[in-house]
Ligand binder design. Structure first.
Ligand code: GTP
Ligand code: ZN
Length: 211
């Protein structure tokens, strides 16, 4: 309760510093890319907005954590690249929305530690056990600063594309009203099937388990 009050009272300007915006044309449409610095960590995050953002209605958004391997290198070990693509397409089809691209590689452990975690998974550990063997919690991410980015757009009410209950809870604690969770089940394949089952079983993701 105390944490909830602290977060709710934290002024959005204390969380991030807005830097600049620029056009980002893509195959699926032209987005605007907005750059922010997270004050607590110095990390550089971006928000991709599309269309007219009408803050009188819930805005369709996605919080997407960085995954170099899935988002940029076509990896089939996870579902990230497929989800990124689908979320951007959903926003274009909807006519407007915002994707927050968060620099929290490897659920917050960083790229090189994610390679260490993948090595342990090659040897039989699951995604949670691998993090723990390396001395990390299963998920090191925090979404508190997202309130600062959403405040820049004037967004208080969202439809959130995710299967991850922690994202819904974190935004709610930060006084963002999540009026709808939009499932984003994309890209299951033989290489990530087990990983997705473990996410459902151990991390609480709302995914149908397929054995
Ligand atoms: N430590 C670790 N991180 C991983 C592994 N596989 C993927 N990741 C990271 O997990 C994160 C996935 O982030 P998101 O796409 O926001 O997905 P999510 O938290 O599962 O929730 P959704 O909103 O349902 O997609 C990214 O930061 C990936 O780099 C893994 O095996 N180990
Ligand atoms: Zn990934």
């Amino acid at each position: 309760m105390q944490v909830r009050e602290e977060l709710a009272s934290q002024h959005p300007h204390q969380l991030v510093r807005y830097v600049e915006s620029a056009q980002l044309p893509m195959d699926m449409g032209t987005f605007t890319m907005h750059g922010f610095v997270e004050k607590k960590t110095g990390k550089e995050h971006v928000a991709l907005s599309y269309g007219e953002i009408d803050t009188n209605k819930p805005v369709l958004i996605r919080l997407h954590s960085e995954c170099l391997t899935g988002d940029a290198l076509f990896s089939l070990r996870c579902d990230c690249g497929f989800q990124l693509n689908k979320a951007l397409k959903n926003i274009v089809e909807h006519g407007s929305g915002v994707l927050l691209y968060l620099r929290q590689e490897g659920r917050g452990i960083g790229l090189l530690n994610k390679i260490r975690a993948y090595h342990l998974q090659d040897e039989g550990a699951d995604t949670v056990e691998a993090n723990e063997k390396l001395g990390f919690a299963a998920d090191m991410r925090s979404y508190d600063f997202c309130k600062g980015i959403l405040h820049y757009f004037g967004i208080n009410e969202v439809k959130l594309m995710t299967n991850n209950p922690r994202k819904v809870n974190s935004l709610t604690k930060a006084s963002i009203n999540v009026v709808e969770r939009v499932p984003l089940r994309e890209g299951r394949n033989p290489y990530n099937n087990n990983y997705l089952n473990i996410k459902a079983r151990k991390l609480g993701h709302m995914l149908d388990e397929i054995v």
